[in-house]
Ligand binder design. Structure first.
Ligand code: ADP
Ligand code: MG
Length: 676
């Protein structure tokens, strides 16, 4: 048996109990432990006498005395101690790390590494990491790996076992193609893993991280390039356009297109003329005017004899798109249909027929469009609004309805950070609407403590008195609770005790489609002053007269989603207001503060990625794709470099079949990231 596959219980120094604890943490074989990489490294290589330290990062060595922990207020503890080394003493403090007290046996020799600075009116070392000096000796170096904690197991044991496993590490096989290693000047995989566990210098550690991070990202890049190649090899309809007709459409619009809209439309139109399917994402902040871009391209497709299917995530939005697009397209003799689940059989049948025989040029719908019964006469173009809400399978189903592969335009108001454009969305062409149609005022955003809603309600009343309207968004509910009950409750409360003389509507996902439509229509036409809603209104709803939005339970939403919700207001030249009400009166999160500071969706998307990580934002499928242990997904320089290397390798005839491990990774990424 390969040593790498040997169970850890066979290794010297691993007793049955430790083996069990390791196994509970998913570490069963030698390979598992070797690839169990340190969470971080502590640098104890530059220990100074305490008497010499200056503010900044310091490493010192000494023993602790006067160790104490106290709770200062709910949820906050302070652990203090004094560290001395013969040259001087220095106070040390940890916040919310009460376990430290047990670790700091007084009198023992410790290495301490952390920030020395002014905290609570005095100079101290704040939240340092601490290692018993004799454990450092175990790891053999001064740069100490810190492993993710394993329940019940001393971290020192992991280090000891790894020392036993050094020969196995040195025998690790290479996973990257030799040509790539040579071209990029990378360390071998075995050397890199060895250095992660037993670093000799910071430079060596840096190179090891570089190598391992590169490897992760390289696979992702190969995957996205192969997906792109595959897409390009599919046959699609060639849709040519007539500039005169396009001009007529643009001239008939009630406004003139922004430059960004013209460019985006032009990019799509050019893609349609190629024989390969367009695979494009149109990104534009809320209100940037994506719909009309899709409408123009659909118009061109229709004029060339092709049908368009437009998919929206909710019936509400589908209905709104149908209204907008009928207005734009029907004057040109085109037929626009709305196909949603709530249609009666009687309404549905003729529409399905019209789609099948080609009378209906543009059909807009929700999931109902995916039904097997719906077939198209000549589907050439598919628009997916808010694409990240559709699963891969759903997209596949719709795309399969064309005789050839239809052209795809995915529209999203959630800006995709640059790094994800290069990786998860790497196979897409991207068009960006970075310009609002009309100069609009930034939405004024305030965080409101849940104990002081009154001033906020007064401010809302001022807006209502001027004839404006407001949204109240109810918090996202924890699993098990009832979302519907909570919006109903809020509506009643507001009606009873805050806005007695105002007309307050209610919108949530459990309402029938007609009821939703009815409420939305009444709100849109001004028959309602306030709309209390769940996040159903999140995507795309357009009521320009609404100038205020309250988001209750704001701390429960992600940054990008809050930005989307906020985008329901600020849709006209009127000044709009957004009030974020967290569910507790604790200090507001960084996320909410960012929202207060910025109205820029692209900036917020980058911050969201930093704060929450890609998995949280882009859902289950993509989070798997981005399980990067070493590489920082926001490191666009690394991504670019790996992209160039991957393209070069594929161009020069690189063959995945020769690299078993790399192929496994690439195949996994390809499944997770492909959009069609
Ligand atoms: P989103 O990008 O959020 O989907 P919409 O397509 O719903 O934005 O457009 C938002 C609003 O802006 C709509 O009322 C639309 O009619 C209007 N609009 C779009 N383009 C322009 C433009 N070039 N000039 C003025 N108004 C525009
Ligand atoms: Mg929209």
């Amino acid at each position: 048996m390969n040593l790498l596959d040997a169970p850890l219980s066979h290794i010297k120094g691993v007793g049955p109990k430790s083996a069990e604890q390791l196994s509970a943490a998913g570490l069963r074989t030698v390979r598992d432990l070797i690839l169990f990489l340190p969470r971080k490294h502590e640098d104890f290589s530059s220990v100074q006498p305490i008497a010499h330290i200056k503010p900044g990062n310091v490493s010192v060595r000494g023993s602790f005395s006067d160790i104490s922990t106290k709770r200062v207020r709910r949820g906050m503890s302070v652990t203090q101690a004094v560290l001395s080394d013969g040259s001087a003493k220095v106070p040390v403090v940890w916040f919310n790390q009460s376990y430290r007290a047990a670790q700091l046996e007084s009198g023992k020799d410790f290495l301490v590494s952390g920030e020395f600075g002014l905290q609570r009116q005095r100079y101290q070392i704040v939240n340092p990491s601490v290692e018993l000096a004799k454990d450092i000796a175990v790891s053999g170096g001064r740069i100490v790996p810190v492993y993710p904690a394993i329940k019940g197991l001393k971290s020192q044991l992991v280090r000891k076992i790894l020392i036993e496993l050094r020969p196995a590490i040195m025998g690790l096989a290479e996973t990257l193609p030799d040509a790539v290693i040579a071209r990029e000047g990378l360390m071998s995989r075995a050397d890199a893993i060895l250095a992660m566990h037993f670093p000799e210098s910071n430079e060596q550690l840096e190179r090891a991280r570089d190598r391992l991070g590169f490897e992760e990202v390289f696979a992702l890049m190969v995957a996205s390039l192969l997906n792109r190649q595959d897409n390009a090899s599919l046959e699609s309809h060639t849709i040519t356009f007539n500039p005169h007709e396009a001009k007529a459409f643009v001239a008939a619009l009630p406004f003139s297109l922004t430059d960004a809209q013209r460019i985006a439309a032009w990019e799509s139109i050019q893609s349609l003329e190629k024989g390969e399917p367009m695979n494009r994402m149109l990104q534009g902040d809320v209100g940037s005017g994506k719909t009309v871009v899709a409408g123009l391209v659909a118009y061109i497709a229709a004029k060339a004899g092709f049908q368009t299917a437009i998919m929206a995530p909710t019936e509400l939005l589908a209905t709104q798109h149908a209204m907008t697009l009928s207005r734009l397209l029907e004057p040109f003799g085109l037929h626009v249909g709305l196909l949603i689940g709530s249609l009666s059989t009687k309404q549905r049948k003729p529409l399905v027929e019209a789609v099948a025989n080609g009378q209906c040029d543009i059909v807009i719908g929700t999931h109902a469009l995916f039904q097997d019964k719906v077939s198209f006469h000549k589907l050439g173009f598919v628009v997916i609004d808010e694409q990240h809400r559709f699963g891969v399978e759903q997209r596949q189903k719709l795309l399969a309805k064309g005789h050839k592969m239809p052209h795809l335009l995915a529209m999203t108001a959630t800006p995709i950070p640059r790094s994800l454009q290069l990786t998860v969305y790497g196979e897409l062409d991207i068009s960006i609407l970075n310009q609002k149609p009309v100069a609009r005022k930034d939405i004024e955003t305030h965080i409101i403590s849940p104990n002081s809603r009154d001033a906020m309600y007064d401010a809302i009343e001022v807006q209502l008195a001027m004839g404006r309207q407001a949204y109240v968004i109810c918090p996202r509910i924890e699993a098990g609770d009832d979302e519907q009950a909570s919006v109903e409750e809020e509506q009643k409360r507001l009606q009873r005790s805050v806005f007695k003389h105002r007309r307050i509507g209610l919108l949530h996902g459990k309402l029938s489609a007609e009821a939703k439509d009815d409420v939305m229509r009444r709100f849109a036409s001004g028959d309602l002053d306030i709309l209390v809603s769940t996040t159903v209104v999140e995507v795309g709803v357009d009521v320009p007269n609404a100038t205020a939005i309250i988001i209750e339970g704001a701390d429960r939403f992600g940054l990008a989603q809050l930005h989307q919700l906020r985008g329901r207001v600020g849709r006209s030249e009127l000044q709009s207001y957004c009030y974020l009400v967290p569910s507790t009166s604790l200090k507001p999160s960084e996320r909410l503060r960012e929202l207060e500071r910025s109205n820029d969706g692209f900036y917020l998307a980058e911050r969201d990625l930093e704060i929450r990580g890609p998995g949280e934002i882009y859902g289950r499928a993509q989070s798997g794709a981005l399980n990067l242990a070493i590489a920082n997904i926001a490191d666009t320089k690394l991504l670019k470099r790996a992209q160039t290397a991957a393209a070069h390798w594929l161009d020069s005839g690189g063959d995945l079949l020769q690299y078993e491990q790399l192929k496994i990774e690439v195949d996994r990424y390809r499944r997770l990231t492909t959009l069609n």
